[in-house]
Design a protein around this ligand. Structure first.
Ligand code: C2O
Ligand code: CU
Ligand code: CU
Length: 420
């Protein structure tokens, strides 16, 4: 959807979804019964998200990856009670990217996302419009939201029954809310916008053929150059855009996106009638970590620690009434985040900051791999790893930072930074 007179209606609602033939599963969705729309906005536009809560419980509307004033960010402070609505007006202030939105009420984020509340925001800009990349929605440019779910015998989501303190993992894959999905693509170059919208599971995406693909974007924008990859790993909350060249395959080709174990996530059907001759440009962006940024001293140190209910940032658990850090609007600071292992070894924590796109300056003192040299809002931090981020907020307000394993976030692995 695109804004009409600058306004986009977004309603959180209950519904029923037929994942299994003839069976209705109770779900949540935005403007529909499961998941939500793709909202398309342009850099420089002033838009109003007209949010409405038609659920029977409180929710919030959080714009993940969006450079937005704190009061509109939709963190746990900005609760909408059932029946309430609110206009969130802001000017799109960032480059072309694939962002998303989901609820963030304290204590119910994980469950509400699990039940289906998640949608996408595409930002376009002059650059993205001039690059000539595949950009026909549903033709050669597809969003792909990966989520794992657990259905009970009645084919319902019983989140409380399957909830795991270290992140709820399901045995059933949904892609864009579809069970046993497949995607028909042309015999051509196709753009796939991948979102790991799962509560906790991480995915390593590959092609079953062993062929490579091009990564063109990270969470918050294009890489400088298309990067040839044989696999890509996304932890919860992370996105990537890739170009898969299907022109070498034909109708009988057995080609699919698979996970690290080789299990099929999404098989493709090739429509050989459909072709294009799109050339992927060699230069996509002008992202740079400056010498100045590399030389800035560390001014914020965070230590991630723990598992299950005992998860901490700097030995503390989330408190709505405590501001953990302050930072000045428009000033770049270096955040150093260390994932401290425990006796069991520890876990990977996808670390996310609201209201900004940051740069990864280093991982364990080294330059990040080329596929992480781009704007990010969520970064996977392995046990015993230290990651330095250059973080700047363009707006004021209170923003969350947290582990994007949603059950960890719920268990208190979250803090607040106030931008002044
Ligand atoms: Cu996806 Cu607190 O966010
Ligand atoms: Cu967020
Ligand atoms: Cu975590």
């Amino acid at each position: 959807v695109e804004p009409k007179d600058g306004i986009v209606d977004i309603t959180a609602q209950q519904g029923k979804t037929e994942f299994f033939d003839g069976i209705q599963t109770n779900t949540y969705g935005y403007n529909g019964s499961f998941l939500g729309p793709v909202i398309r906005v342009n850099k420089g536009d002033t838009v109003t998200f007209r949010t409405k809560n038609q659920l029977s419980e409180p929710t919030t509307f959080h714009w993940h990856g969006v450079d937005i004033p704190g009061e509109g960010d939709g963190g746990p402070h900005q609760i909408l009670e059932p029946g309430e609505s609110e206009d969130v007006k802001f000017t799109v202030n960032q480059g072309a990217s694939t962002l998303w939105f989901h609820p963030h009420p304290e204590g119910a984020t994980a469950e509400q996302v699990y039940k289906g509340l998640a949608g996408l925001i595409y930002v376009e800009d002059e650059n993205s419009k001039s690059l000539g990349l595949p950009d026909e929605y549903g033709v050669n440019d597809f969003p792909l939201i990966f989520q794992d779910k657990q259905f009970n015998e009645g084919k319902q989501f019983d989140y409380q029954a399957v909830r795991n303190e270290d992140g709820t993992i399901g045995d059933t894959m949904l892609v864009n809310g579809t069970l046993n999905p497949n995607l028909t693509v042309g015999k051509e170059k196709v753009r796939l916008r991948l979102l790991n919208g799962s509560n906790a599971r991480k995915y390593t995406f590959k092609l079953n053929t062993g062929d490579t693909f091009l990564q063109i974007a990270t969470d918050g924008g294009f890489l400088n150059e298309p990067t040839e990859m044989s696999e890509i790993t996304l932890t919860p909350g992370e996105r990537a855009e890739i170009i898969v060249d299907f022109s070498e395959y034909d109708a009988s080709s057995n080609v699919a996106l698979v996970n690290e174990a080789g299990s099929i996530l999404l098989p493709f059907k090739i429509d050989v009638q459909k072709t294009n001759s799109i050339e992927i440009p060699r230069t996509l962006n002008d992202y740079v970590v400056t010498e100045e940024e590399k030389n800035l001293p560390v001014t914020k140190k965070l230590e991630l620690f723990g598992m299950g209910e005992m998860v901490y940032i700097n030995d503390k658990q989330f408190d709505m009434n405590r501001i953990d850090f302050t930072q000045k609007q428009g000033e770049t600071e270096i955040w150093e985040i260390y994932n401290k292992p425990d006796a069991m070894g520890g876990m990977t924590h996808p670390f996310h900051i609201h209201g900004t796109q940051f740069k990864i300056v280093s991982i364990d003192g080294k330059e990040p791999p080329v596929e992480l040299q781009g704007w990010k809002d969520t970064v996977a931090i392995e046990p015993d790893q230290t990651v330095k981020l250059a973080v700047k907020f363009n707006n004021k307000g209170i923003y969350m930072f947290h582990c994007h394993v949603l059950e960890h976030e719920e268990n208190g692995m979250m803090g607040q930074v106030e931008v002044i």
